[in-house]
Design a protein around this ligand. Sequence first.
Ligand code: ADP
Ligand code: MG
Length: 665
Amino acid sequence: MRGARRFCPGADNLMLHIENIQRKYRIGSVDIHALRDVSFTIEQGEFVAITGASGSGKSTLMHIMGLLDHADGGRYRLADQDTGKLSERERATYRSRFIGFVFQQFNLLPRASALENVSLPLIYNDHPDPMDPAALLDRVGLADRQRHTPAELSGGQQQRVAIARALVNRPPVLLADEPTGNLDSRSSAEIMDLLEGLHSEGLTVIIVTHDPEVAGRARRRIQLHDGMVVEDTSAQVPEPMATPPQSDGLRPWAARAQRRLYEGLLMCREAGRAMRANRVRTFLSMLGVLIGVAALIWIMGISRGAQTAVEERIAAMGANIMIVRPGRVEVRGVALGAGAVSRLTLDDVEAIRRIPGVLRAAPTVSGAQQVTARGRNWRTRVIGTTPAYAVMHRRHPSFGRFISEEDVRHRQRVAVLGTQVVRELFDGVNPVGETIRIERAAYTVVGILDDSGISFFGHDQNDQIIIPVTTAMWRLFGRRYIDAVEVEAVAQERFPQVEEDIRAALLRAHRIPGDQRDAFRFRNIAEIQKTIEETSRTMELMGIMLGVVSLLVGGIGIMNIMLVSVTERTREIGLRKAIGAKQGDLLVQFLIESTVVSLCGGVLGIVAGFYLAHAVGRWAQWVIHISPATVAVAFLFSACVGVVFGFSPARKAAKLDPIQALRYE
Ligand code: ADP
Ligand code: MG
């Protein structure tokens, strides 16, 4: 489809009617009149050169004609529309529908291919039948340069790409501001050939130039001097062009939705391109979000695993155990020495064992001791107890035997060693039958305790030696009393009753008044379990707070980078506005960019947190549980960070003034 209809949208009269246009700039207190009083009419299908010395107001006039700038006075009618009455949004629509821009500095996106540059205006326009970008590149003679980026093209070729870009939405008017200003004379002639050809196909071409040779090829010349028209060669009015077929420019709902989707995809692709161009910077800016999300996932993953692990071990160790220790006795308000009256004895253990609800009871008396064997030294905890202890704590010897009732009765010097002690004193060689020395006295090793993974009431269960309680009391420590009684109840539900009964029995046996409830202290596993749960919940909360703080920091980082990016891309933003981008388009584009950055950070964070949690889980042998809900929340959170913190930079980009943006260096 060649000829006049090619570049015409659905408007009857496409003339540009300029009437007493004025434009002044205020520098300090001085007004500079860039345009004083300019009037002329350009009909559809004309080829006009606007000439004049530098500073005579050519660009200013061009920007007003292209709806990039407002006049301070006068009237400008475009296609029968008084443009002074248009809103900002309508101006953008008119711009993209009626006008194609070509600039002296080409203004191509540096990282996009020629084809992508030509396709760019399609994002911002709802034209029902845009030109095929590839065909347009062919038309400007660059069929074989589609995949080249601007850096891989000569100046003349870049300007041809820019012309193709200006034409993709079939605008009826092409405005070119010094299009040959940066080109050598041959490229310059080629560009003029191209513009002449387009003009002969029905395009209205308005070109600004100070080159007389270039101006000579136009059909009409308007010369400016100091913001006023000093010459207009509008002698011959061209024949009216055939009116093109009308199309209302509206598209069915589904097609529009499809178009929005396509735009979204294009914007995502551009976001990706912007991110790739600054890989290191982008990565650094997503680091905060990455760390925040990783911390969240990690903490959530391990805290539940840790808790389950602790609970399982406690259950395996005997969940029904409580410990009785001497407490504080006050006589008439005066505290007696700790435990002086309420010291526990072996008789107390017997009494406790007979209380209903008590399954077993074992005395303990312990202390840190220097132990030697085969000339080696090791400081460890020696515990005196009875055989019941092994049953209560499920600590059966893996080699040899535990201490027996017989040993207890005869105060035998026998010892059962924890695995850590075996490692330290015997290099892990089976020591059963060997002799160790505690306080210079010889003990025969009769067994090794099996490995127990965790500490119980704060002591490493593998770094200990167990000897008969009687031996410990009379022979080792020289005491007539024990430290504590460990009691196994038949069930946790019986703890309160058992505790009351034991307290009553002990108070009676020690002749302590019944109101001295603190004379004996009780601790049980259920309480410890609760403490552990509370601790892990606190940890979880702190982890979440760390994550949130880190996300905030990450968000600020993203905001910072986006502000830098908006500043860096000021010219690009101006260009986008010139080719029809509305404020909303730019807002969405930069929001997409910040959200893509934070989402990438989020996804990397999820992966990092996942691996971290599993690494810790493997090391500690915990079951790691990361729920889909946790992942979803982390994902949503990082998306929100992008939107919230990207908003102000995006708004800054959207609000930029197109002219100032285009002039930005
Ligand atoms: P030309 O394109 O013909 O070289 P311009 O239209 O760019 O001229 O500028 C016309 C006059 O307006 C010049 O004197 C210039 O200094 C002034 N001018 C242009 N833009 C601005 C601006 N943003 N602020 C102040 N003065 C400006
Ligand atoms: Mg200029």
